[in-house]
Design a protein around this ligand. Structure first.
Ligand code: PLP
Length: 323
């Protein structure tokens, strides 16, 4: 991994990435942002909430934004390897097929078999290994097979691509009071926060939301350096073992704070969103859980943007959640 610093993320660079993402042959969508009131489901908090529907994004999550920028900036027909059991893997596989590149996804053997089948259906190789071996296998692919490693959250091009989401938010709501974003390794939060702050919204407060059992960015803020932990959460996309280095630097600069939610609160959020007619996966629902449980400071009467970051959930999983 290179040692790019937060200083290399400039407004010009994010604008250029935004152009790349919106013109991408991968068909990235400028997703709708709608007022919560449109769902007609009452909430206990009194503020104006707008929801950004990345669950309707191509491949079912925001990850395609960053992937579109990563692939656009690398040689066509390249040989790429990544490690992911979820949404990044799906977007990576979709892009590999489109660009005709040879792709490989190294996946923990604990991931559902259905994920491997889906990724393989795009013509991408999957290797399932014990979690403790993931990085060793990636390193082997880089050294022995001459593949290029694409990181799923700690990568400048990826973060710049994710920033397009923040720019779209500002086109609808030019100066939101608060923006709430789900956080795993921190790539999405870093990109959105950098886009909003570098665009001049000094007063906008941006919060990341993590599960209590996978709070690497929260711990990184406390320890003032990117740290790891043994993570466990129903929101598997929010549970990588480390906060990203570049995401951490950007979040420290542009993010107000990290809010924690329990797995129970996430499950209830998935159900509430479903009752509102929205299919959102646990990893995409944490930001909403923080709002719905009144965990964001000073929300009263404010304009709040809640990013619903992904919708990849099957009906079996949904059936396990409260009504
Ligand atoms: C739906 C969803 N939301 C949010 C995240 C967190 O993204 P990041 O790792 O960039 O923080 C992920 C990661 O996989 C995800 O799948």
């Amino acid at each position: 991994m290179d040692e790019t610093s937060a200083d290399s993320v400039t407004l010009d660079m994010l604008r250029e990435a935004r152009e790349t993402v919106s013109r991408s042959p991968l068909g990235v969508i400028n997703t709708p942002m709608i007022p919560w009131s449109q769902t007609t489901l009452p909430l206990s908090v009194s503020c104006n909430i707008q929801i950004k529907l990345e669950n309707l994004q191509r491949t079912g999550s925001f990850k395609i934004r960053g992937v579109a920028n990563q692939f656009a900036r690398r040689p066509k027909g390249g040989r790429f390897v990544t490690m992911s059991a979820g949404n990044y893997g799906k977007s990576f596989a979709y892009a590999s097929k489109h660009y005709g590149s040879q792709g490989k996804v190294v996946m923990p053997e604990t991931a559902p078999e259905s994920k491997s089948i889906l990724i393989q259906s795009f013509g991408v190789e999957v290797e399932r290994v014990p979690t403790s071996c993931l990085m060793n296998v990636v390193n082997r692919c880089v050294q022995d097979d001459n593949m290029t490693f694409l990181h799923s959250y700690d990568d400048l091009d990826l973060i710049a691509g994710h920033a397009s989401l923040g720019m779209e938010v500002l086109e609808v709501l030019p100066e939101p009071d608060v923006v709430v974003v789900c956080c795993g390794g921190g790539g999405l939060l870093a990109g959105v926060a950098a886009a909003i702050k570098l665009s001049g919204c000094d007063k906008t407060r941006i919060y990341g939301v993590e599960p209590e059992g996978a709070c690497t960015m929260y711990k990184s803020f406390t320890e003032k350096k990117p740290v790891g932990m043994d993570t466990k959460s129903i929101a598997s996309g929010l549970a990588p073992p480390f906060a990203g280095r570049l995401p951490y630097e950007l979040c420290q600069r542009y993010v107000e704070g990290i809010i924690l939610v329990s797995d129970e609160e996430i499950k209830t959020a998935v159900s509430t969103l479903y009752r509102a007619g929205l299919v959102v996966e646990p990893s995409g629902s944490a930001a909403f859980a923080a709002i719905d449980n009144n965990k964001i400071p000073d929300m009263e009467e404010k304009n709040i943007v809640c990013i619903l970051s992904g919708g990849n959930i099957g009906k079996d999983e949904l059936a396990n959640f409260p009504d």
